[in-house]
Design a protein around this ligand. Structure first.
Ligand code: AP5
Length: 217
């Protein structure tokens, strides 16, 4: 399986990727998670990415492409699910070139759609585990013990870029740049539209059903 998962901030890409990984065993490659790990490790890339991420803009294409193409090499036969990459048409073209070179291809793009108005409440209620990256929500997806990760008992944290003014910028960036990536793939690859405004389990069911329908395993 080689999938791309796109959608605005808070559409539920990370949440659904975890479930896709459980079912299909592909490697989850989230550009946002990898960047946050680079920042935590205070690498050169992490330092360069910091300002862009904190303001809700995009990290430059050349840095992202090198990072993601490197990460994709770690995927085995199970393939990968790209979460939040490619986010510009330039990144999509570079991804195509890298895949061509490796003799691989993308099976489909899942496009999670959600209204901007819903995004705000998802963002302000999101809590993440700083160790495993597990994602929770104070109302929609509570951990068993309040504010503690189910998996490794770490205290959950709120992402700095989930502040309302940064979320507004992330949405603007999405509409101005990332939404065009879907157009780039239209007609080239199956583009599977998903209503991500439903409850989490219903979104998962819709994704599995649509992947089954196009025979992606
Ligand atoms: P990134 O981490 O990728 O952020 P994002 O795309 O804005 O997406 P999010 O992680 O905020 O949301 P999500 O869709 O994964 O939602 P989640 O499942 O967590 O990127 C961060 C930054 O890194 C970017 O702004 C940019 O600066 C940089 N970057 C990353 N990739 C880049 C690239 N390719 N190029 C350049 N720069 C790049 O869910 C959100 C919350 O809602 C959770 O609390 C969850 O529990 C809840 N929830 C999920 N689904 C539902 C549902 N159906 N109903 C109710 N609640 C739900």
């Amino acid at each position: 399986m080689r999938l791309i998962l796109l959608g605005p901030p808070g559409a539920g890409k990370g949440t659904q990727c975890k479930r896709l990984v459980e079912k299909y065993g592909a490697l989850h490659l989230s550009s946002g998670d990898i960047l946050r790990a680079e920042r935590a490790a205070e690498t050169e890339l992490g330092k360069k990415a910091q300002g862009y991420m904190d303001s809700g803009g995009l990290v430059p294409d050349d840095l992202i492409v090198a990072m993601m193409v490197g990460a994709m090499k770690k995927a085995g036969k199970g393939g990968f699910i790209l979460d939040g990459f490619p986010r510009t048409v330039v990144q999509a073209r570079e991804l195509d070139k890298a895949l061509d070179k490796a003799g691989e291809k993308i099976d489909a793009l899942l496009n999670l759609q959600i209204d901007d108005a819903v995004v705000a409440s998802r963002m302000t209620g999101r809590r993440s585990c700083p160790k495993c990256g597990g994602v929770y929500h104070v109302e929609n997806l509570k951990p068993k013990v309040e504010n503690v990760c189910d998996r490794d008992q770490m205290a959950l944290v709120q992402r700095k870029d989930d502040q309302p003014e940064v979320v507004a910028n992330r949405l603007k960036t999405y509409h101005e740049q990332t939404a065009h990536v879907v157009g780039y793939y239209n007609g080239k690859k199956p583009v599977i539209e998903i209503d991500a405004g439903m409850e989490i389990d219903d979104v998962t069911k819709a994704i599995f059903a649509k992947l089954d329908a196009v025979k992606i395993k």
